[in-house]
Design a protein around this ligand. Structure first.
Ligand code: ATR
Length: 292
């Protein structure tokens, strides 16, 4: 009992507030992560899930801003609304064409950021793999793919995109000069010249329809690094194949943590330590919800 009282966050007139807006939002691990960091950094703050129906996004955001929130994360289905509502788009948001982090400034403005791409790169680098130059083959052409492509280009990486629906890859390439497109079915032919392979599709994700990748990792260069942004399960079939071929590989959980750390810094002014503790916390929680 005493222990519970000690660990309960103090909420008072100085509490810094942030949260995640989505519909649905109950599945989001962001509250778990941010509140863990708030306690660990001894910050008087709270991060709450904010279920907001489609059509209510702007009303909710203006209300939260008026109520003194520092900002919010934005998830499905509101990312496009967030892009439209901001007073200032950070370069990350402009380049990735989406917004996942809103910051309410002291001057009453709303700034929009996209932390997915930089979160991806930070996670790869946290695995001791420098991201600079070289060539990456990106599988998929959704919002996450575009954010990652933009951040890779910022680090001098040439980006090739392959998507099942080629037109979507062409759209991505049209908005990011320098990106090249290859056919999904022939993507494997581009692999030998690549240093990085990134899966941003839902293939391998628990609950997603089955799908196959158009390549055989056994033919890849030994220096290839294979990344998956899927994190349920953490060890996807693609990563298991990479391991079997002796290739370095990076799972998607760290990207989730790193992109969150960037938002935390903007709202609470502190860069959280991204270590094994938060990873273990999320890993246990994901595992519990799969087996529970
Ligand atoms: P996000 O915006 O988070 O990236 P998304 O827009 O739903 O999510 O994108 C999912 C990606 O997975 C798309 O690139 C999709 O390909 P299509 O554009 O052709 O739909 C890809 N995807 C999903 N299932 C797939 C499958 N079975 N085979 C190949 N690609 C698949």
């Amino acid at each position: 009992m005493e222990k519970t009282t000690q660990r309960a966050p103090r909420i008072d007139g100085h509490t810094l507030l942030a949260g995640v807006i989505g519909w649905p939002v109950a599945h989001s691990r962001s509250p778990l992560m941010h509140n863990f960091w708030l306690r660990k950094c001894a910050i008087n703050g709270a991060y709450v899930p904010l279920p907001v129906r489609p059509g209510q996004f702007e009303t909710a955001v203006r209300g939260l801003q008026a109520a003194g929130f520092r900002g919010v994360n934005v998830t499905i289905p509101h990312k496009e609304s967030a892009y439209r509502i901001v007073d200032r788009l950070d370069r990350s948001a402009e380049r990735s064409g989406s917004v996942n982090t809103l910051v309410f400034t002291d001057e009453g403005r709303i700034e929009g950021y996209s932390t997915d791409g930089d979160g991806f790169v930070a996670n790869v680098e946290a695995h001791g793999i420098p991201v600079h130059g070289g060539r990456a083959l990106l599988l998929g052409a959704g919002g996450a793919a575009r954010a990652i492509a933009a951040s890779l280009q910022d680090r001098g990486v040439s980006v090739i995109v392959a998507n099942r629906t080629r037109a979507r890859a062409e759209t991505l390439a049209a908005s990011l000069a320098g990106v090249t497109v290859v056919d999904w079915a022939h993507a494997g032919a581009a692999l030998p010249e690549c240093t990085l392979l990134v899966n941003t599709t839902s293939i391998g994700m628990e609950g997603a329809a089955d799908g196959a990748f158009p390549m055989d990792l056994a033919r890849a260069d030994r220096a290839l690094v294979v990344c998956d942004i899927v994190y349920v399960p953490r060890q996807t079939a693609l990563l298991r194949q990479a391991a079997a071929c002796g290739l370095r590989h990076v799972d998607g959980l760290g990207m989730l943590i790193h992109q969150a750390g960037l938002g935390f810094h903007k709202w609470f002014g502190v860069t959280p330590e991204i270590g094994p503790d938060v990873e273990a916390l999320l890993d246990a929680d994901l595992h519990a919800s799969r087996t529970g």
